[in-house]
Design a protein around this ligand. Structure first.
Ligand SMILES: NC(=O)c1ccc[n+]([C@@H]2O[C@H](COP(=O)([O-])OP(=O)(O)OC[C@H]3O[C@@H](n4cnc5c(N)ncnc54)[C@H](O)[C@@H]3O)[C@@H](O)[C@H]2O)c1
Length: 327
């Protein structure tokens, strides 16, 4: 993701350039820096963050490192776009929230890029228009071809399903109150509980179903349907062409999230930079949204262990985070 983000900034974002790259794998850092930052590799992450030549920071290191790096950006007073999740636990997200509020400026955006995806935006606009009545339910399918061997048992929820938690809040303008995790017969191709079916209950009484299957083999497949009183809004396959041959019609699935959400990643970064330059709040997910997604995930991990519906526990939202982008 870091390489992709650097290439987007270098090629598709006006008023920004890549000043330097850091990666714990130096060869990786050098190859991305050669393509995007005139070869400039920082000494380490904290050096890059405090460098007076960097005006803003994008974090795409592993989940467990995010909160510390975001806190360093806040200490340096720099805007930061942090890949999801903001942190794997709500407790670490709260440390970010406390630090951001103490600084008195909204500097953190979380990379829930689906909020910028044209298909989700169109679906939200249609449902919100009220033309087909109030929203009753939401169905989400989230399938990856495969996840790496180091993926830990709780990561389907803390790393993958967090996308669905954030987009459900965005589409429904509603908060998630309770989560249940059902465990169907697991695939023999992985040691994870895979698939899982997650059922979310919202504060306004809607149900959200999530069919989460991370070793689905056939490709990357994300689908969503909003069920309203007098109709539904369904995401169509985002491919550009279907092939008809040999008596069949076929379309391709992306191998992973990058081609599927390429427009979303680009629009997210473009808006982030425009917002920094204009001195306005970015349209993407805030640290508060990052905290909520991780709090739902924490309840989901409990529900996975217990098999029971589990309440989502949230601290009350500070005035500092009240804005139009959050429910
Ligand atoms: N928004 C999305 O759709 C999306 C998709 C995939 C991944 N992600 C997120 O992006 C992040 C990176 O995922 P990835 O798939 O690119 O993983 P990756 O393993 O391909 O890349 C992570 C990189 O971080 C480097 N790294 C490890 N520890 C580091 C440290 N302490 N300091 C600096 N660099 C360090 C590694 O060397 C590696 O190059 C994760 O948090 C993941 O959740 C988001």
């Amino acid at each position: 993701m870091g390489g992709d983000h650097a290439r987007i900034i270098a090629s598709s974002v006006g008023r920004a350039h890549v000043a330097a790259i850091y990666d714990a794998d130096l060869d990786r850092a050098k190859s991305v820096a050669a393509a995007t930052a005139e070869g400039r590799v920082a000494k380490d992450s904290y050096d890059l963050i405090s460098d007076k030549n960097t005006g803003a920071v994008l974090i795409a290191s592993p989940d467990a490192t995010h909160a510390d790096f975001v806190l360093a950006c806040l200490r340096a007073g720099k805007p930061v776009l942090c890949e999801k999740p903001l942190a794997p636990t709500p407790e670490d997200c709260l440390k970010v929230i406390e630090a951001e509020m103490a600084g008195g400026r909204r500097l953190v955006q979380v990379g829930f890029m689906r909020r910028f995806d044209p298909s989700y935006r169109e679906m939200k606009a249609m449902a919100a228009s009220g033309r087909i009545g109030p929203i009753l339910a939401l169905h989400c399918v989230h399938r990856n071809a495969a996840v790496p061997g180091w993926f830990e048992w709780m990561m389907p929820i803390t790393n993958s399903a967090v996308h669905e938690f954030d987009i459900a809040r965005f589409l429904l303008d509603d908060e998630i109150a309770r989560i249940t995790v059902h465990k169907p017969k697991p695939s023999s191709l992985t040691n994870l509980q895979d698939p899982m079916f997650l059922v979310l209950e919202t504060e306004k009484g809607r149900l959200v179903t999530i069919d989460l299957f991370l070793n689905a083999s056939y490709g990357y497949d994300v689908r969503t349907e909003i069920v309203c009183e007098r109709g539904t809004v369904t995401m169509t396959p985002p491919d550009l062409s279907h092939v008809r041959s040999d008596g069949r019609e076929a379309f391709s699935f992306a191998a992973d999230w990058r081609p599927r959400f390429s427009a979303a990643y680009m629009l997210q970064t473009q808006d982030w930079v425009k917002a920094i330059v204009a001195g306005r709040l970015p349209a993407g997910s805030s640290a508060w949204d990052g905290y909520v997604a991780s709090a739902v995930a924490a309840a989901g991990v409990e529900a996975l262990k217990s098999g029971r519906p589990t309440e989502v526990k949230l601290v009350s939202r500070p005035e500092f985070y009240r804005d139009l982008s959050s429910p």
